[in-house]
Design a protein around this ligand. Structure first.
Ligand code: DQA
Length: 160
């Protein structure tokens, strides 16, 4: 009788797992307690459960790494060429960080930009994204589901 572990792998391809980073930036640790009218009531751990459940439905192997920091240098440092792709919600750094834009352009990391709130319906400063020019695409306004939709879009592109 194969173990559960072996049984899972028989349904998967023999290709190595895609390494995907899910990185949330400044103040996103406060999700669930923070301005629910914009961000909803779900927390970052809820988002992780949602994405892991989605990943368990794939017929290919995906290795998800979840990361959050309020330190911009740490956010930059985790963005390396080691990832096959990334889902990025940098929070307010989206609208302020030329350093983040430069790093993403330099690495040529394939990523989708996501936001819980519909940033284009908010203050004009939030309409500007330093990441958007190098992003595969942007998903905004679906609460934590923005991350899940961003992951689906990312995988669709990088698996082609
Ligand atoms: C956010 C939108 C940003 O404008 C804001 O600064 C955040 C969260 C979002 O997910 O909706 O911190 O990235």
């Amino acid at each position: 009788m194969p173990s559960d572990h072996a049984a899972v792998h028989t349904t998967r391809s023999t290709k190595p797992a895609l390494r995907i980073l899910i990185a949330s930036g400044v103040n996103l640790d406060l999700l669930g307690k923070r301005e629910p009218e914009y961000y909803g009531h779900a927390t970052l751990p809820d988002m992780e459960v949602l994405l892991r459940a989605q990943a368990s439905t794939f017929k290919f192997a995906v290795d998800l790494t979840f990361f959050q920091t309020n330190d911009e240098a740490k956010y930059l440092d985790i963005l390396t060429r080691e990832w096959d792709g990334a889902v990025l919600n940098p929070g307010a750094w989206t609208h302020t960080s030329l350093a983040l834009a430069d790093r993403l352009a330099a690495l040529k990391l394939r990523f989708v930009e996501v936001h819980l709130s519909k940033v284009t319906a908010r203050e004009p400063i939030r309409h500007l994204s330093f990441l958007a020019p190098t992003a595969i695409g942007c998903v905004s306004g679906f609460g934590i589901d923005s991350y899940r939709l961003g992951l689906l879009g990312l995988l669709d592109v990088i698996r082609k």
